[in-house]
Design a binder for this molecule. Structure first.
Ligand code: ATP
Ligand code: MG
Length: 416
């Protein structure tokens, strides 16, 4: 039987990899322009990190984690997201001793056992940022601005930014009472999972994907009507900073986000162009997370965006053209493979894409290949050229030829 990649995974083929590199490098460079620095963490962590960090009552921990025992009988989980790992690294490397806020970005694969469909995979990729050590609403606004600027720099238009505040543990006490009393009156129709959430973490019910629970959630009381004065002032400041930065947003009182650690500001960027999985970026403040993971009480905030979904948006906009990486110089040869390899090597050491035949082709086939690859210039090395140290450099577009010294070629091609 021929082998196939596991369900829910996807190969990125060379024709698509340019677009991936564009998205990843634009995201990274934009984050760097805001002072964020890269962090790389392991693809697997102790299971407990996610149980505590993401939260026991979330879909991610209850249903979606790739968890297994390794040969040393430790429970290991493939990271389902990046926030818990970055927070673990902040604590482990005592980053509280650095000037705050510490601002980090990451990009990499995440794993969730989900039902694969358009925009939902089991191995997917996230670009995310995290900032630790500031509660100031200016940080919230800056983080939302990073995401917004990434989309702008990618040329992604038509996304909606929805924001909400889910308050602090204090205001949530009052809200949870109201929510529990509302949800209890529907407990017979809520799904089984939501019935357990109802007492443990009622806000999770608002994020359930089941259509019936969604309908019930739509009628639930709104947290914005319950948040305390401090949380309200914080939220007002975030909104006014976004406004002065020229970042349009809508208030969506139903956003609670899928992870347990969020407090105060939460937000999503949503596309209507890519079907049901339209959330391309989600984030928020998580002032309780670091303490939960055994660190000093440290506020934090971040977001993660799904690269696959961003690529779907870019494709849906029809802006994506396939770019071919064409050689600047094609060195054809007649029995002079060594000289061709040596000449190409000089160009490549100068960062210039040069190509020669490595498949034993005839001269005619080599020239056909030079055309197919879209080479800008070509030349032919035979015995005479190698002896004289000169060859005819051909401009493949105009057909013009000129005699050039082989030793001048690297500098010449760099100039042309
Ligand atoms: P959803 O509601 O779509 O399941 P989520 O709330 O679980 O999303 P987060 O944990 O906030 O998502 O992850 C941040 C981003 O990562 C999402 O907005 C989305 O773009 C992307 N993402 C999440 N899960 C997947 C997946 N299984 N496949 C592809 N992208 C995903
Ligand atoms: Mg999810």
């Amino acid at each position: 039987m021929a082998m196939k990649a596991p369900r829910g995974t996807a190969d990125v083929l060379p024709k698509d990899a340019n677009l991936w590199r564009f998205v990843e490098s634009t995201a990274a460079e934009t984050a760097r322009a805001f002072g964020y620095e890269e962090i790389r963490t392991p693809v697997f962590e102790h299971t407990e990190l996610f149980q505590r960090g993401v939260g026991d009552t979330t879909d991610v921990v209850q249903k979606e984690m790739y968890t297994f025992n390794d040969k040393g009988d430790r429970s290991i989980t493939l990271r389902p997201e990046g926030t818990a790992s970055a927070a673990r690294a902040y604590i482990e490397h005592a980053m509280h001793a650095l000037p705050q806020p510490v601002k980090l970005y990451y990009c990499g694969a995440c794993y969730r056992y989900e039902k694969p469909q358009a925009g939902r995979l089991r191995e997917f990729h996230q670009f995310g940022i995290e900032a630790y050590g500031s509660e100031d609403p200016a940080l919230d606004a800056e983080i939302i601005a990073v995401a917004s600027t990434i989309f702008k720099n990618l040329g992604c238009t038509g996304l909606t930014l929805n924001i909400n505040s889910i308050g602090c543990p204090e205001c949530r006490k009052k809200y949870n009472e109201a929510l529990i009393s509302y949800l209890s009156s529907h407990s017979e129709t809520l799904c089984e999972t939501c019935n357990t959430r109802l007492t443990k973490n009622p806000m999770r019910v608002l994020d359930c994907k089941s259509p019936i629970c969604k309908e019930i959630a739509a009628g639930a009381p709104h947290i914005l009507d319950y948040i305390c004065d401090d949380c309200r002032d914080h939220f007002e400041a975030v909104k006014s900073y976004l406004t002065v930065m020229g970042i349009p947003f809508s208030i969506d009182p139903t956003i609670v986000r899928g992870l347990d650690y969020y407090t105060r500001t939460v937000f999503e960027f949503v596309s209507t162009q890519i079907g049901a999985q339209g959330t391309v970026c989600g984030g928020g403040r998580y002032d309780g997370l670091l303490e939960e993971l055994g660190g000093n009480p440290t506020p934090g905030m971040g977001f993660a965006m799904g690269i696959e979904r961003i690529i779907l948006v870019l494709r849906s906009m029809g802006l994506v053209k396939e770019e071919k990486n064409s050689p600047r110089l094609f060195v054809a040869s007649i029995g002079q493979t060594a000289a061709a390899l040596a000449l190409c090597q000089k160009l490549r050491e100068n960062g210039i894409y040069a190509m020669c035949d490595v498949a034993g082709r005839s001269l005619k086939a080599q020239m056909k290949n030079a055309d197919r690859e879209g080479a800008a210039y070509s030349l032919v090395l035979g015995e005479d050229e190698v002896k004289s140290g000169e060859a005819q450099l051909k401009n493949m577009e105009t057909g013009e030829k000129e005699t050039v010294s082989l030793s001048d070629i690297p500098a010449l091609i760099a100039r042309l």
